[in-house]
Design a protein around this ligand. Structure first.
Ligand SMILES: NC(=O)C1=CN([C@@H]2O[C@H](COP(=O)(O)OP(=O)(O)OC[C@H]3O[C@@H](n4cnc5c(N)ncnc54)[C@H](OP(=O)(O)O)[C@@H]3O)[C@@H](O)[C@H]2O)C=CC1
Ligand SMILES: CC(C)(CO)C(=O)C(=O)O
Length: 295
């Protein structure tokens, strides 16, 4: 009898092996998935030499020997975890590789139409990750939150990437449409990230520093998210922001602290643009964006 044809296993490629991507790639590798990280030349060389050192209260500490390459493998199942400001560099590489699917974990909303437009024929999945992680040295990644949660849209519940992440120990849930996933994250994140970036503290101190501003931001952002099709009760949004661990910080404030480019436009700018499109006044948001942009 002829041997049954074995199904080829998907090749996963994590583009952007920083705080988020590096941790997920190391988890996938540890779970036995066929995974590579795609990095720029210097990073790929460093990772090939030293591996990725992971420190996580939830997942443990280890050095991952995940292979590092500089080009996206053709037909790969891609997890995209670069910052929004690196998208321009990454999109042509992705387009050349004709990936089977691209699951994006970027904060913000504008990357989704940009990627979908540039990658015809590829399933671009707008997902979101809730985690606090930071790259403390070029190949050292610290997972600081006790949780790592990925939300994918309903339609991607059984996708190869969602399944592989769940098998690797990530809490994966499926809910709503792509736009709903992104706006559900952004309404919370924009509030959290703008406040923590402003005070350069954890969220507890950031909320206490100017409760009036915090409440105004929450009201405005809830109105914009509702107009974008994610009905948002300001009281519930307020409770979720106030419910975060007091010491928790945002990736946006890490950007500001590093002194390089930031995702201010992808996060706060995106909410402000949507507000204008819906004719919603956002004075607290506009003032906070102006204050941060002036840094
Ligand atoms: N960190 C966090 O806690 C959270 C982050 N997010 C979101 O996840 C996304 C990723 O954030 P984060 O992991 O913190 O970012 P990092 O800055 O830690 O990592 C970004 C990675 O992208 C790499 N990169 C840049 N350009 C390219 C390129 N052209 N090709 C391949 N790789 C490239 C960088 O490599 P190098 O610089 O070495 O060349 C780096 O490894 C962001 O949108 C962020 O908002 C969401 C939730 C929480
Ligand atoms: C708010 C937080 C930490 C939650 O994941 C986040 O997404 C970020 O800072 O980028």
């Amino acid at each position: 009898m002829p041997a049954p044809e074995s199904q080829p296993q998907p090749v996963f490629a994590v583009v952007g092996p920083g705080a988020v991507g590096g941790l997920l790639a190391a988890l996938l590798r540890r779970a036995g998935a066929d995974v590579v990280v795609v990095a720029r030349e210097a990073s790929a060389r460093r990772i090939a030499e030293r591996g990725l050192t992971i420190t996580s209260g939830r997942y443990g500490e280890w050095i991952s020997d995940v292979p590092a390459v500089t080009e996206v493998p053709a037909g790969a199942h891609v997890i995209l975890a670069v910052k929004a400001y690196a998208l321009g560099e990454v999109i042509p590489q992705l387009a050349a590789a004709h990936p089977a699917e691209v699951l994006t974990l970027l904060n913000g909303v504008d990357h989704l139409p940009a990627l979908a437009g540039a990658l015809p024929g590829t399933d671009v999945i707008g997902a979101a990750i809730t985690i606090e992680a930071a790259r403390t040295e070029p190949t050292v990644l610290e997972h600081r939150s006790s949780f790592a949660r990925v939300t994918v849209p309903e339609r991607a519940a059984g996708s190869p990437i969602a399944t592989a992440l769940a098998d690797a120990g990530v809490a994966v849930t499926a809910a709503g449409t792509d736009a709903e996933v992104l706006w559900t994250k952004l309404r919370f994140l924009a509030t959290f990230a703008l406040l923590t970036s402003r005070t350069e503290t954890g969220i507890g101190e950031a909320l206490a520093a100017d409760p009036g501003l915090a409440d105004a931001l929450i009201e405005e952002i809830a109105a914009v998210a509702s107009a974008e099709g994610v009905p948002t009760d300001a009281g519930e949004l307020r409770a979720s922001v106030h419910g975060m661990p007091a010491g928790m910080r945002s990736s946006l404030q890490h950007d500001f602290a590093a002194g390089g480019p930031t995702e201010l436009d992808a996060i706060g700018g995106a909410v402000a643009r949507a507000a204008r499109a819906h004719g919603i006044r956002t004075p607290a948001l506009d003032a906070t964006l102006a204050e941060l942009a002036a840094r």
